[in-house]
Each structure stands twice: as structure tokens, then as C-alpha cells.
Design a protein around this ligand. Structure first.
Ligand SMILES: [Zn+2]
Length: 52
């Protein structure tokens, strides 16, 4: 559902750092405002969604 709020768990595949963010579902992605990991990785992540 577009606009649904979700919790997103992001794990960096480069350094293993984990982030938990609140996001909002858009058409084909989830908008969390997440830009990049602290290790500068911007693309290689495992992303899991959880209902809030
Ligand atoms: Zn990282």
C-alpha cells in the first residue's frame, strides 16, 4: 500500500553495520531517507521490511 509506514532493517554487506529506520512505502521502493553506510557503501545492502 502506497504511503504505508514501515520499519526497515538495513544491513550493510560491506562492513556489517545494521540500521533500523522508519520509512514510507512508495511505488517501487521505500523512502527512508537512508543515503549510505558509514563505510561509504551506497548500493550493497540487505533490506528487510517489517510492519510498524
Ligand atoms: Zn558499511
Amino acid at each position: 500500500m502506497i504511503g504505508e509506514r514501515v520499519k526497515v532493517r538495513i544491513r550493510c554487506n560491506v562492513c556489517g553495520e545494521k540500521f533500523v529506520l522508519r520509512g514510507k512505502r512508495e511505488k517501487e521502493r521505500i523512502d527512508t531517507g537512508f543515503k549510505q553506510c558509514i563505510c561509504n557503501n551506497m548500493y550493497d545492502f540487505d533490506i528487510e521490511e517489517h510492519p510498524v
